[in-house]
Design a protein around this ligand. Structure first.
Ligand SMILES: [Fe+2]
Ligand SMILES: [Fe+2]
Length: 165
């Protein structure tokens, strides 16, 4: 992003990044990094694409992209992994509503971001954009961070085995 774009992006999301509850995402593991870093990457990528395609609602869309995974694992009543995948968009929506005015476009972006898994169907082009960006970013993060996280854990395991002998 150019300096001007970075300034613009920071202005759009400042109040969310300053929110103490939102900052709890720094303690949540997600795709081998923190959930905070994941949602920030999705928001920045969404912002870039939205501007590139000259979409009208860049500000609303970028904010919704940042809020799309606004939940902590402790809020999950469900332990089943598949259920977590389908439940968390609604949880993120409820958390976002506690602090921000969320319009219909943003609600749909957050609730439909796991499409085609259970949940809402994307109704707006902005919802399709965030859902696609989330998947692209997730694939990138899984291949870059999660694999290396597992490799590091395995190396630590081997190291422990060796020093025990
Ligand atoms: Fe998600
Ligand atoms: Fe996500």
């Amino acid at each position: 992003m150019s300096k001007k774009e970075t300034q613009d992006f920071n202005l759009i999301v400042k109040d969310i990044l300053d929110n103490q509850e939102f900052n709890k995402l720094n303690n949540e593991l997600h795709h081998g990094i923190t959930r905070y870093d994941h949602v920030l990457r999705v928001a920045k990528t969404t912002y870039k694409f939205s501007r590139f395609f000259h979409m009208k609602n860049t500000e609303l869309t970028t904010r919704a992209a940042l809020l799309h995974d606004f939940y902590t694992d402790s809020q999950m009543m469900e332990s089943n992994k598949v259920a977590k995948l389908t439940i968390h968009p609604n949880l993120a929506y409820e958390n976002a509503l506690k602090y921000y005015d969320i319009n219909d476009l943003q609600a749909n972006i957050i609730k439909s971001h796991m499409f085609p898994l259970k949940g809402e169907i994307p109704k707006y082009k902005e919802s399709w954009l965030v859902s696609a960006v989330d998947k692209l970013v997730a694939a990138y993060e899984m291949s870059h961070y999660k694999a290396s996280l597992y490799l590091n854990i395995f190396a630590l395991f081997l190291f422990n085995l060796l020093i025990q002998k």
